[in-house]
Design a protein around this ligand. Sequence first.
Ligand code: A2P
Length: 274
Amino acid sequence: MNDLRAVNKAAAAKAPAPAIPDAQTVTEVKHWTDRLFSFRVTRPRSLRFRSGEFVMIGLPDDNGKPILRAYSIASPAWDDELEFYSIKVPDGPLTSRLQHIKPGDQIILRPKPVGTLVLDALLPGKRLWFFATGTGIAPFASLMRDPDTYERYDEVIMMHTCREVADLEYGRQLVASLPDDPLIGEFVEGKLRYYPTTTREKSERMGRITDNLKSGKVFADLGIDGISPETDRAMVCGSLAFNMDMKEILEGYGLREGANSDPAEYVVEKAFVG
Ligand code: A2P
């Protein structure tokens, strides 16, 4: 009896820490700047999502309690793994920890994708605009790799504004890789246009998306007449202030905000910033 109790006690002492629920394993981490990184994790077999949706991901705190935040899935629906793109906030409850993950580490991923930046929330049209600031490019990194995007639209324009040139690099490399991608290359060819700008460092193209739309510079540069509700659809993802300004501009062109249950001409979602 005593022996058995001793054996049980010893076994309990040796037992591994309780497994993290909904754990996925980190497979790759890439640091783009001292404020930006991307990472890939294993994908739960049962997880189905629509390009542009987000899931809750996180890490346990010191007491084992999960710290979870909404992250757009940056990888396309056909990818075996999931990719995320994140800012690093030194005192951010999650990103101060998350920025230190390494391949082999585990993160929490709640497999319930949701979101409004989906093709189904837009009415059919000719041209699709993606407007992003900072890490707001993440949902579009997924949508730009989805064949459905190019089957539904003749032309796709990715506008991305960041403070500095290095902040654009994740999106720039992704866009550059698409024409040669064995799976998606043929869909993208000749349909995707990329319009990156910086606001605080000199580069080829400069200025806020909002200012470049209002001045007409974007349209002059791209050889487009303008944005109209008959032909154009838009998705917006950035800071709250950016989203509000973009809503006003798009409504000024006559576009109406759509939702999953009520598709229209544009949709908006806030980029994660914590
Ligand atoms: P700016 O440098 O002029 O503030 P942040 O790093 O602050 O999230 O900003 C990311 C990018 O989004 C920056 O280039 C910033 O330009 C731009 N931005 C911030 N707020 C707005 C806004 N309300 N409208 C358009 N662009 C914005």
